[in-house]
Design a protein around this ligand. Structure first.
Ligand code: SF4
Ligand code: SF4
Length: 275
């Protein structure tokens, strides 16, 4: 079984073509600028969110929170009240149950993208699911923070068509401040997957109060022309309080973003885009 935060049946921004995106619950990073911090931890059933639910969609039963999608009015009060960076609106899926959801969309999609949270924390589940989804003729993409050793998880790498990988910061200390964890594995995975031609795109979020120039400069030198580099402007919308304290409310200027793009291109990373 795996805990799923949500499923988007159709997306055209999570890999090539039209894709179903499955967001798994739980992450081994805790990024200050995360736009969906309610995916970081699994619910501990503390019950705090239940009393504030205006529609009766949440109930406590046998020490566990139960969620009724039909009753939910999507006000997100439960997510705002949760101090555990979690959500009561998750659902446990078996591989077969998730496969059934994918089959419903099969005629309209080119593939699936698994995301999160950090989807690779469910690696055995993913390998089992991917084997079955491959038989449907769909492509398999993994959106990851790179914080597991993929070289030691060859079965997942072999079956995945392409990865989308985040490089948060090339500087170890800065990465720890930003995510709570080291950047050693993401950088190791970047080199490993590039050598295998398994990366669709690498992404870096550019924030104020970070040495983004150094990260873009050094990351683009590693990538060269081997995949797309997407440089993403920080936006404060949805970011939790400590993130706004650290990065402010202002996004980096377009002029600075263009300067970063020019730097990456001058390092040979020709397919660089800013968003
Ligand atoms: S979602 Fe958060 S507040 Fe609600 S029960 Fe789970 S941990 Fe507690
Ligand atoms: S979003 Fe959460 S608090 Fe709002 S109705 Fe749905 S379950 Fe209840």
């Amino acid at each position: 079984m795996a805990v799923v935060n949500k499923i988007i049946p159709f997306s055209c921004v999570d890999g090539p073509g039209n894709r179903m995106v499955i967001f798994f619950q739980g992450c081994n990073f805790s990024c200050t600028y995360c736009h969906n911090p309610e995916t970081i931890n699994k619910c501990n059933n503390c019950g705090e969110c239940v009393k504030g639910c205006p529609s009766g969609a949440l109930k406590m039963a046998s020490g566990k929170v139960s969620y009724d999608k039909e009753e939910c009015i999507d006000c997100d009060r439960c997510i705002k009240v949760c101090k555990n960076l979690s959500s009561p609106k998750t659902k446990d899926y078996s591989v077969i149950e998730l496969l059934e959801e994918i089959k419903k969309c099969r005629p309209f999609i080119n593939g699936i993208t698994v995301s999160g949270g950090e989807c690779t924390l469910n690696k055995e589940f993913l390998v089992e699911l991917f084997k079955k989804v491959k038989d449907l003729g769909l492509t398999l993409f993994v959106d990851t923070n790179g914080n597991i050793d993929l070289e030691k998880n060859k079965d997942l790498v072999d079956i995945t068509d392409k990865f989308m990988l985040d490089i948060k910061s090339i500087d170890e200390e800065e990465n720890i401040t930003l995510t709570g964890a080291s950047n050693k594995l993401p950088i190791k995975n970047l080199k490993y997957l590039l050598d295998l031609n398994k990366i669709f795109e690498v992404r870096t979020v550019v924030c104020n109060n970070l040495d983004s120039f150094k990260t873009i400069d050094e990351t683009s030198k590693i990538i060269k022309d081997r995949c797309r580099y997407k440089i993403i402007k920080y936006r404060e919308f949805g970011v939790r309080e400590e993130g706004i304290k650290l990065h402010g409310e202002e996004s980096p200027s377009l002029e600075f973003m263009e300067k970063l793009k020019d730097k990456a291109i001058s390092n040979g990373c020709l397919d660089t885009i800013i968003t």
